[in-house]
Design a protein around this ligand. Structure first.
Ligand code: ADP
Length: 827
């Protein structure tokens, strides 16, 4: 197939004139020299000089023409010699003297020419030997030259250049090419050429090893194919007639490396050639050297690829482990893969809830193309995991990687048929080769990584690399997912840790896994004591606490109904509302301390009871008095009538007071009470309140005012302060059932004015001294000997005082009385 375009030459014909010239010269010298001597003898008187000159002529002819020249000269000299010397005295008869002289002459001439001839032959042999060794040296030097050039070649391309540049020169060729055997051993693929017209090369870039082509034959047989001329080539390889570049001498040698024949080398010559065994050997040696160099270069390329691959994987691993931000990491990973591995790299993920496969990242070297691809993606049809046609769906479904070395045209046609978008995309880009590998974590395939090459065929090594890359990417995705999950849990735990309700998580074995600070506060058991143990071990009545709580199902946790139960804690009895939700991994309980609400509720119902009782008593008295007064059947004395009217008035006042207390408490809570402080002298105020109290107080109680000398003028709302003092004095009287002194003390000084109401009554236990100021709160009737009240007086009093910028506090020893102290800013 490979031939040469140079014009025909005439190297063989060129040697003939040279030969003819030489033999012409021999004949001229062998005949001419004796003839000249004869001419000299005819003109000379003395014949001895020409006689000797004949010998010189014979030696000369031998020197020029060898033995043959010498013999011709001997023959040409013999007759004149005989004529002039042997028959000198008798020209017609051979005398003995003459005959002897002739014989001596002929023998001497033959001997001389033989000696000369031998010497000449020896010289020619020596010259030939020198010439041969010079050409051997030249061949060796050329081979050495090629070897030197090859030794610096590291890539297959450099090897080709060295072989084709230096090798072509060494072989005296004008063009050359190298083809390698394909992986399957079926094809020869041209990997470099020099000095050819590409239009002839192109149809033969790939041709079968089994074909009837000279290089195929050389590769098949492992022997060189040497073709002297185009005619010989056409005769031996008729398939090449008209299909290849016209040419002359052609050599095809196999490239035999360490591991057998790896390809073939072609040299083309500008003229017809004869290939001597030496030249053949030289070409074979060149092929051998090229093969070894090519193998070495391939090896070093493979080694370099391996190194690049390792460093790529190293880089990818570092990248993937450096960040837990999944989307960014995947994007950078795909950017790493292009253009090193392929033109396009995409990562798709399976959305498990919907069964859809979403392309999450696409990368291309050119940002424009990348943007285009992202826009295309927006408009593309949704791929579902059960899509029979889509490659990514198949890979995610089967977890098997797919390698399409050459994407079949039918596949592209089908894609176009299914999706008009694909048709548009394929107008923009060509797809040659593709690899899709699954992203697998444990048993789960959650996505796929795809590499696409537009023009180049992807290689097995890239398929392997893609799989390794996918394995690493899968780990990174999994890590990021776990991290996100952990973060979410940590956040949830953080929220639960700080939530106001107690949260207790029990595992399937009923051991505490989580115990937040509210749970610790409610139960009084610190987290450290509870976690890892059964709650019943640490909370005394846990079973009683949780048994009534009906466990709701995890599917509908909102159905959980709280159950309120009392528990004993280190800080006293508490009321706790408990809800429980059971789920796969255990039970979660929520505990809410409802002691306050519970107490309020209790106080409210107490109030209703008390208030109705309190209201009913005066009402009953009013009702009784009124009914009696209305009676006509009996005569009511005037004195008694007044008494009944008195009862009606005073009980009605009491009713009004209770009702207005309730109203005032409500107004205070709503912030609707106006307090307008002004300078108020407390002494006359206290006097007047004491005055009216004395009217109500039983006889066993003595009411007194004690005051220091200081001025006691406070910044206060007089009416409201009066109300406070009335309340405090009423209480002091009420809760002193056994009588005793009730004193109102007044003190001034240091910007403050103090008013205290002291009694010697029942007193208040220390644990209750704050709570008596709460709305509706009343001490246990057992402690107050059944004294009635609304539980609002102290609440109202403290609220009013604090609105004046003052404070109301209590000091008391149970059984020894109580002192309620009002501190007010001085005016
Ligand atoms: P009440 O109308 O029940 O008296 P208060 O708010 O005035 O309501 O008082 C709240 C509770 O404080 C009372 O029920 C009583 O038990 C207690 N208390 C108030 N004053 C005294 C006092 N001087 N001595 C003993 N206990 C008192």
């Amino acid at each position: 197939m490979i031939a040469d375009a140079a014009p025909h030459g005439h190297a063989k014909a060129g040697r003939w004139p040279h030969l003819r010239l030489r033999w012409g010269l021999v004949v001229v010298v062998a005949l001419g020299a004796p003839a000249l001597v004869t001419l000299l003898a005819l003109t000379s008187v003395r014949t001895v000089v020409p006689g000797l000159l004949y010998v010189v002529a014979i030696i000369l002819a031998t020197a020029v023409g060898g033995r043959v020249g010498g013999l011709i000269a001997v023959v040409a000299s013999a007759f004149p010699f005989f004529y002039f010397f042997a028959s000198r005295y008798d020209r017609n008869e051979l005398n003995a003297e003459g005959a002897t002289a002739l014989i001596v002459f002929v023998v001497a001439a033959l001997f001389g020419s033989e000696v000369l001839g031998r010497e000449r032959a020896a010289r020619e042999r020596a010259e030939l030997a020198v010439r041969q060794s010079a050409s051997a040296l030249d061949a060796a030097a050329r081979l050495q030259y090629v070897a030197d050039a090859l030794s610096t070649a590291h890539t297959p391309q450099e090897v080709l250049d060295a072989v084709l540049t230096e090798g072509v020169r060494a072989a005296e060729a004008r063009g050359g090419l190298i083809a390698t055997v394909s992986d399957d051993g079926e094809w020869l693929e041209v990997i470099a050429s020099r000095g050819y017209d590409m239009k002839y090369i192109e149809p033969f870039l790939r041709f079968p090893v089994n074909g009837n082509f000279p290089l195929s034959e050389a590769v098949r047989t492992g022997e060189g194919v040497f073709i002297g001329s185009e005619a010989e080539r056409d005769a031996r390889y008729p398939e090449l007639i008209g299909r290849s570049q016209p040419g002359h001498g052609l050599v095809c040698v196999p490239l035999v490396g360490e591991r057998g024949t790896i390809g073939g080398l072609v040299f083309s010559f500008p003229t017809d050639q004869e290939f001597s065994p030496e030249r053949r050997a030289l070409k074979i040696a060149l092929g051998r050297q090229a093969a070894l160099a090519l193998e070495r270069a391939r090896f070093s390329a493979a080694e370099r690829t391996l190194r690049e691959r390792l460093s790529f994987l190293g880089e990818a691993t570092a990248l993937l482990t450096s960040s837990l931000e999944l989307d960014r990491t995947l994007e950078r990973l795909t950017e790493l893969a292009v253009p090193l591995l392929a033109d396009w790299c995409t990562i798709s993920m399976l959305v498990e809830e919907t069964g859809e496969i979403e392309q999450v990242v696409v990368a291309h070297q050119d940002p424009e193309r990348k943007r285009w691809a992202e826009e295309m993606r927006e408009g593309s049809r949704t791929i579902r995991i059960d899509d029979e046609f889509d490659l990514t769906a198949r890979v995610v479904r089967t977890a098997e990687p797919v390698f399409l070395r050459e994407i079949p045209q039918e596949l592209l046609d089908e894609a176009v048929r299914r999706d008009p978008n694909a048709a548009q995309a394929l107008k923009e880009i060509s797809l040659r080769s593709a690899i899709t590998v699954p992203l697998v974590s444990g048993e789960r395939t959650f996505g796929a990584l795809t590499l696409v090459s537009e023009t180049r065929e992807l290689q097995d090594s890239e398929f392997e690399l893609a799989q390794e890359l996918a394995a690493r990417a899968a780990i990174a995705v999994e890590n990021a997912r776990l991290y996100r999950e952990a973060e979410r849990r940590a956040e949830a735990a953080l929220a639960l840790a700080h939530v106001g309700d107690g949260v207790v998580l029990l595992d399937r074995d009923g051991r505490v896994r989580f115990w937040n600070s509210a749970a610790a506060a409610i139960t009084g058991i610190p987290e450290g004591d509870a976690v890892g143990r059964h709650p019943a071990e640490v909370v005394p009545k846990w079973e009683e606490l949780t048994r009534p709580a009906e466990l709701a199902d995890a599917a509908a946790p909102e159905r959980a109904r709280p159950v309120t139960v009392p528990i004993e804690t280190a800080s006293g009895d508490r009321w706790v509302a408990v809800t429980g939700v059971a789920f796969d991994e255990g039970v979660v309980y929520a505990l809410r301390d409802v002691s306050d609400e519970e107490a309020l509720e209790r106080a409210r119902s107490d109030f209703v009871a008390t208030a109705s009782h309190e209201l009913r008593t005066p009402l009953a008295a009013v009702y009784g008095a009124a009914r009696t007064l209305r009676r006509t059947d009996i005569e009511i004395p005037e004195e008694q009538r007044d008494r009944f009217l008195e009862i009606i008035v005073s009980e009605t006042e009491r009713l009004t007071a209770i009702v207005s207390q309730i109203l005032l408490a409500g107004q205070l809570e709503e912030g609707r009470v106006d307090v307008t402080p002004s300078a108020t002298d407390l002494a006359p105020l206290a006097e007047s309140v004491l005055e009216s109290a004395r009217l109500r107080a039983p006889d066993e109680i003595e009411l007194r005012l004690e005051r220091s000398r200081d001025r006691a003028v406070a910044l206060a709302d007089e009416d409201k302060l009066r109300q406070v003092l009335v309340n405090l004095l009423d209480n002091a009287i009420k809760y002193s059932p056994d009588g005793g002194d009730v004193t109102v003390e007044l003190n001034g000084g240091q910007g403050r004015v103090r008013l205290a109401v002291r009694d010697r009554g029942l007193g208040i236990p220390p644990g209750e001294q704050e709570r008596i100021f709460e709305k509706f709160y009343r001490l246990d009737p057992a402690l107050t000997r059944g004294v009635g009240g609304s539980g609002l007086g102290l609440f109202i009093s403290r609220e009013l005082v604090s609105r004046m910028g003052g404070s109301l506090t209590v000091r008391s020893q149970p059984g020894e009385g109580a002192a309620f102290v009002v501190d007010l800013p001085a005016a």
